[in-house]
Write a protein of this length. Structure first.
Length: 377
């Protein structure tokens, strides 16, 4: 059916306004502004054009049996998100698109040479976020090179899924549909959490909330699907160990950058820390029996943008876990409490989260995050 120009305009404005990291960058010169607008609109609508309803695909006897099985499982996961986790019941993740590439978007992170504070891009509606996203890896690399020439350390991260915050019906994608079942569940739970709550300009708050929901959701889903726990445990164990390694070095770098040492000494010690981090990763990998899932992350330069991007997603997770514990693990009450917190000024939100982060419940949450999924029932 032809799309009216008015409807197309509304859709275009929604893309600009809603896609995390993909909105129109304010303050760019005219041609750059138009170029970024164009790639955002074209990339998102191309993906939507490829999407087909899951029900239609399952009715097609010719589809690949492996894809059929995954779509059936994804439908069950999607229903679980609504009935057990109280997440939105809408058209998101009820269609599927094969976009013929390994990642849907590529996020560019940047940080100074002696700080983990990420460079911010200020976008329409979503506010200032600590990354900038592209549908094309070449475009992302070009922007990263531009920032690098200006003295920033950069990292381009492939992203398998993102949320349009409920403005569109986000599809299932080939970029994650064939991952372990619990990993598919994790991504769906995470992206739907962004539809529950999104605070303009506060990346750490938004991502930590979504990570909290995904973590609780996956643990509960695995308890109801013990057959999936065995396949997921090894996959998740490696990630937890990797996360612990990176977070340990993040803390050491923050102490170094916050010290009174001369910049030259900081730079030299930073290099030593990164050498040590690589050695620790090799030792960790040796215990994994050949698993090399994080080799690509270490294949390019270690830098502050890489470490900083990691912290963005996990900063307030223990604090949110503590808040959930205060609400007796009742997710709807937890959502209401987080929404109430989100209406307060950022300084007050951060103060409340910092206080929660010092509680025994937050300490227990940190321990839980290092506990194998299979071990929790």
């Amino acid at each position: 059916m032809p799309i009216s120009s008015a409807k197309l305009l509304r859709w275009a404005l929604r893309v600009i306004a809603s896609v995390s990291g993909l909105g129109l960058l304010m303050g760019l010169p005219g041609c750059g502004q138009v170029g970024y607008y164009a790639q955002s609109i074209n990339g998102h609508f191309t993906m939507l054009h490829e999407a087909q309803p899951v029900a239609d695909l399952l009715a097609d006897s010719s589809i690949d049996p492996r894809l059929r099985a995954r779509l059936v499982e994804a439908e069950q996961i999607r229903s679980y998100a609504v009935t057990a986790l109280g997440e939105p019941d809408n058209g998101s993740y009820r269609s599927y698109a094969d976009i013929k590439r390994p990642f849907v978007v590529y996020n560019v992170f940047a940080a100074p040479t002696l700080s983990l504070k990420l460079h911010e891009s200020c976008l329409l509606v979503v506010g200032c976020v600590e990354y900038r996203g592209y549908y094309s890896r070449d475009s992302a690399e070009a922007y990263a090179a531009e920032l690098h020439r200006d003295g920033w350390e950069t990292f381009v991260a492939g992203i398998p899924a993102y949320s349009t915050l409920g403005y569109f019906d986000d599809p299932l994608l080939n970029t994650f549909i064939y991952l372990p079942r619990a990993e598919v569940a994790r991504m769906i739970f995470h992206e739907l959490a962004h539809q529950i709550l999104f605070v303009r300009g506060d990346t750490a708050f938004n991502e930590s909330f979504a990570v909290t929901v995904e973590t609780v959701g996956v643990r509960r889903w695995l308890a109801a699907h013990p057959d999936a726990a065995i396949e997921y445990e090894r996959y998740d164990a490696h990630r937890r160990q990797f996360r612990k390694l990176v977070d340990g070095y993040r803390q050491r770098l923050e102490l170094l950058y916050g010290s009174s040492e001369p910049d030259a000494e900081k730079a030299a010690k930073k290099d030593v820390l990164f050498i040590s981090m690589r050695a620790d990763y090799e030792a960790l990998k040796a215990s994994w029996g050949g698993y090399k899932g994080f080799d690509l992350w270490f294949a390019t330069d270690l830098n502050n943008a890489k470490i900083g991007s990691f912290a963005t997603y996990n900063q307030w997770v223990p604090a949110f876990m503590a808040l959930l514990a205060q609400e007796n693990d009742d997710l709807p009450k937890f959502y209401a409490a987080v929404k109430a917190m989100s209406k307060r000024p950022e300084t007050e939100r951060n103060a409340s989260l910092a206080a929660l982060d010092r509680t025994p419940a937050a300490s227990a949450a940190r321990t839980l995050m290092d506990t194998p999924m299979q071990a929790v029932r």
